[in-house]
Write a protein that binds this ligand. Structure first.
Ligand code: ZN
Length: 139
């Protein structure tokens, strides 16, 4: 069995952003040389998500509005986590809802997706350098 590890880096301009990272994940699979196996993708932070869904601008706006309704950023003093001096309690909650990782089958060297599936990095506390892990195992 072969394995391959790579980190991606993001520093978003906005506090919250959704970034389609499918091409970067496929590029890692290409570099790995692995044809049959599994690919795990996860942020190395507890205020960001990796998830799979449609790359459709209406849906991305819907996520933004829905997450802000569930866990509004402001006022920051509504959260006990922010008593520590942080202001990112909402980002921890958003990450919990949107998930930690995506695992995708690799078949014949390609991400083996269902219809319209794309891999996204969901940033909820951005404007700083953050990492995403890609780990691929197989042969
Ligand atoms: Zn925090």
């Amino acid at each position: 069995m072969k394995s391959y590890r790579e980190e991606l880096f993001f520093q978003t301009k906005q506090r919250r952003e959704f970034i389609n990272i499918t091409d970067q994940v496929q590029a890692a699979i290409d570099k790995s040389g692995i044809k049959e196996g599994l690919c795990l993708v996860n942020p190395m932070h507890i205020t960001a998500s990796v998830y799979i869904n449609d790359d459709e601008s209406g849906l991305l706006g819907d996520y933004e509005r829905w997450l802000e309704k569930l866990a509004p950023h402001e006022p920051v003093n509504q959260y006990r986590h922010n008593d520590t001096g942080e202001d990112n309690a909402d980002a921890h909650i958003k990450r919990q809802i949107m998930g930690r990782e995506a695992v995708v089958a690799v078949t014949n060297g390609k991400l083996d997706f269902g219809t319209w599936e794309q891999i996204f990095y969901g940033e909820f506390d951005g404007k700083r350098r953050k990492r995403v892990l890609i780990k691929i195992i197989g042969e």
